[in-house]
Design a protein around this ligand. Sequence first.
Ligand code: HEC
Ligand code: HEC
Length: 264
Amino acid sequence: MAADLSRGQYLVEALAACDNCHTPRGPDGYNLSARFSGGAQTFTGKDYVARGSNISPDKETGVGGWSDEALSAAIVAGLGRDGQLAPAMPADSYRALTNADRRAIIAFLRAQPAVKAQPAAQPQRNGAWTPHPAPGAEAAFDEAALSDRIKRGLYIASIARCLACHSAEVDDAPDFVNGLGAGGKIFRMAAGVAVASNITAHPDKGVGAWSDDELKRAITQGVSRKGAALKPPMSTLAKAHFAKISPEDLDALISYLRTLPPKE
Ligand code: HEC
Ligand code: HEC
């Protein structure tokens, strides 16, 4: 159980970044006294308006009354209490979770304080969304796969959503066939606009010429190759989450990124 909890904490904090959408923010970052009681950001797509829900163990307003199966279905299949969740919940990226890691995440969530908080608004959903898991990360990994360095790197890149954010998009969906890691997705935030970079092994358009240390610094500190601060959401994720990625996982992630076929 204890091992489960620390693994769950690692997955949630370093990789899956659940707080990013499910924990309110104050002036100094996440408001951890209301952890998992619902996110500050509203996600708007063509067919939905949704906010990260209360996933604290409160029975009435959170997910305390949900079974493990129901929680699993939300996390890896994007199924909520009344059908498909809006695709802002990145279940496609979490499909790869091993059974043990999925259980560890649920155990960690259940061990947090219950926070009573009603949603600010009910989600609106009028669509049916096709799942878009990354190639090779369409189904739960088994433990054996994680001892293969490149597969482990893909596992991390899926769960940390590197591939979902950094692939080219067609019709609001990642184009993994033609644009895996090629960048181009646009993020419009209060802080301004950012365009996801090309993280393929292309020598000039991508990160092919970057050293391992330069890549690690970008991922864990949010700093560009030249040393300038990267923009959110990358800088925020780097500092609040990816900074906690273990050295072994970081090495595996970088080995995997080096295998991404160069794209312009
Ligand atoms: C990029 C933002 C984002 C991240 C990261 C994220 N979620 Fe979500 N999640 C959402 C949104 C938005 C919804 C609500 C979708 C809707 O109402 O259709 C949601 C819904 C859920 C639900 C369903 C709750 C309910 O009341 O219906 C669960 C459970 C959940 N998320 C768990 C998690 C866990 C666990 C993680 C980390 C492993 C996580 N989420 C990471 C955005 C996110
Ligand atoms: C929520 C979307 C999102 C996620 C998740 C994300 N990134 Fe990024 N990333 C971006 C954006 C946007 C930029 C561009 C920032 C800028 O222009 O300053 C960026 C920049 C970068 C850069 C700098 C590239 C350059 O040319 O300067 C690297 C390297 C990078 N990301 C790697 C990763 C890796 C590896 C992961 C997974 C561990 C990841 N990112 C997860 C959105 C994301």
